[in-house]
Design a protein around this ligand. Structure first.
Ligand SMILES: Nc1ncnc2c1ncn2[C@@H]1O[C@H](COP(=O)(O)OP(=O)(O)OP(=O)(O)O)[C@@H](O)[C@H]1O
Ligand SMILES: [Mg+2]
Length: 346
C-alpha cells in the first residue's frame, strides 16, 4: 500500500510501432503529477511481430527503458494495439447487472470476428440506445487470447506484473479529452502504421475503429510518386506535407491520393455517427500521433470536413512542473496512449 501523495503504484506502457514509451505519475485525486517518462525508438516490425527473437528484443528494450527512466514499480498498465482489438457498439436489453453479464457473453459470439472461446471480451455501458428506448448501448471489445498471452509473456519475462491491458483508443481518449466535454469530438491518432479513430462524448467512446493507414502509407506514396529512397521520402513528407507551394506541389501530388483514402474512411465514420445519433453534430476534430504533424494536414482536414481541428495535448489532464513543460510538449504527439494508461485508476 502506498501513502497519500506517493508515486502511483503502476506505470503506463505503450508498445507502439515506432517506439516503446513509459509514463509514471504521482499524487492522488483527479489530476496527478508527472513523475517520470521516456521512450526508446524501435524499428521494423518488432512491436507486432510474433517471432521469439523479436519478443525477446522488445522485452529487453522495455527493461532498459524502465531502468534508465527510473520507473519505481513492477506494476504495469499496458496497451493493446487497436489493430488487434475488435471494437463495436451494440444494443442490448436493459437488464439487472448479473443478468447483463450473462446475456452479453451469450450474445457476444455473434458480434465478434473470432470464436468466443479464443477471445477475451470486455464491455462498458455507454447509455440509452438511440435506436430503441427499451435497450441500452454497450461498447464491446474483443482481443484474441493468444495475442494477450504473448504480451503477458513478454512483460512477465522481465519481472513485470500486468495490472491492466487496455486498447489504445480507450487510453487515448482519457489523455486527450476532458470527461466534462458533453459535445461529441472526433479524435484521430495518426500513427506509424495505423490511424485510430474515436468519437467521444462526455469522456466515453461512442465509436472506435482502427484504419490501417498512417505514416508508412504516406511515405510509401512519396517513394513511388517522387522516385526517391525511403529516408528521403520521409524527409520530404514531413518537411513539405500538403503545402502546394513547396517543390511545385510535387510532394502534395504524390501523397494526396493516400491522404484522401484516409479522409474517405474518416468521412464514413462521421456519417455512421450522424445516422446512429440523429441530430448529433461533431464539435470538432482533435489530432495527435506522429503523422498528424505533416505540414498543413490539420488545415486540410478542417477544410474537408468544415470542422475545427485542434492539435491534441497528451498532457492536458496531468500536472507538469513548469520547468518540464516545453520538453513534454515537444513529444506530446507521441505520448497520448502511454499517458492515458498512466492516468487509469488502476
Ligand atoms: N518530423 C518528423 N520527421 C520524420 N518522421 C517523423 C517526424 N515527426 C514524426 N515522425 C514519425 O512519426 C512516427 C511516430 O508516430 P507515432 O509516435 O504516432 O507512432 P507509433 O505510436 O509508434 O505508431 P502506432 O501508433 O501506429 O503504433 C515515427 O515513425 C516518426 O518517424
Ligand atoms: Mg501510437
Amino acid at each position: 500500500m502506498h501513502i497519500l501523495g506517493g508515486t502511483s503504484d503502476f506505470f503506463g506502457l505503450d508498445m507502439g510501432v515506432s517506439a516503446v514509451r513509459v509514463v509514471q505519475l504521482k499524487g492522488t485525486g483527479p489530476t496527478k503529477t508527472l513523475d517520470r517518462y521516456g521512450q526508446t525508438p524501435i524499428t521494423g516490425t518488432v512491436a507486432l511481430s510474433d517471432s521469439k527473437a523479436d519478443r525477446q528484443r522488445i522485452a529487453q528494450v522495455i527493461h532498459e527503458l524502465t531502468t534508465r527512466v527510473g520507473i519505481s514499480t513492477k506494476n504495469v498498465a499496458a496497451n493493446l494495439p487497436s489493430s488487434r482489438v475488435f471494437t463495436t457498439v451494440i444494443d442490448i436489453d436493459r437488464l439487472p447487472p448479473e443478468e447483463l453479464a450473462k446475456t452479453i457473453s451469450y450474445q457476444a459470439e455473434s458480434y465478434i470476428p473470432t470464436p468466443l472461446s479464443q477471445s477475451k471480451i470486455d464491455w462498458a455501458i455507454i447509455g440509452n440506445s438511440p435506436k430503441d428506448p427499451g435497450k441500452i448501448e454497450l461498447l464491446l471489445s474483443s482481443v484474441p487470447n493468444d495475442f494477450i498471452e504473448r504480451r503477458l509473456e513478454i512483460l512477465e519475462s522481465i519481472g513485470l506484473n500486468v495490472v491492466a491491458f487496455e486498447p489504445d483508443n480507450m487510453a487515448l481518449v482519457r489523455a486527450i479529452t476532458s470527461p466534462d466535454t458533453a459535445a461529441p469530438w472526433l479524435i484521430l491518432d495518426i500513427g506509424n502504421a495505423a490511424t485510430d479513430l474515436v468519437v467521444v462524448v462526455g469522456g466515453m467512446p461512442h465509436l472506435a475503429r482502427s484504419i490501417p493507414m498512417g505514416q508508412q502509407a504516406f511515405v510509401r506514396a512519396a517513394i513511388q510518386g517522387l522516385g526517391v529512397d525511403p529516408s528521403q521520402a520521409e524527409q520530404f513528407v514531413f518537411k513539405f506535407g500538403l503545402s502546394r507551394d513547396k517543390l511545385e506541389g510535387q510532394v502534395y501530388d504524390a501523397i494526396i491520393g493516400t491522404i484522401d483514402g484516409l479522409v474517405a474512411e474518416i468521412e464514413k465514420s462521421i456519417k455512421f455517427f450522424g445516422e446512429r445519433y440523429r441530430g448529433a453534430k461533431l464539435e470538432g476534430i482533435v489530432v495527435t500521433g506522429g503523422a498528424s504533424t505533416l505540414p498543413e494536414l490539420p488545415l486540410y482536414l478542417a477544410n474537408k470536413f468544415n470542422l475545427n481541428v485542434e492539435i491534441g495535448n497528451a498532457w492536458r489532464n496531468v500536472n507538469v512542473p513548469t520547468e518540464r513543460q516545453n520538453e513534454v510538449l515537444a513529444v506530446s504527439n507521441h505520448f497520448a496512449v502511454a499517458v492515458g494508461l498512466a492516468e487509469r485508476e488502476t
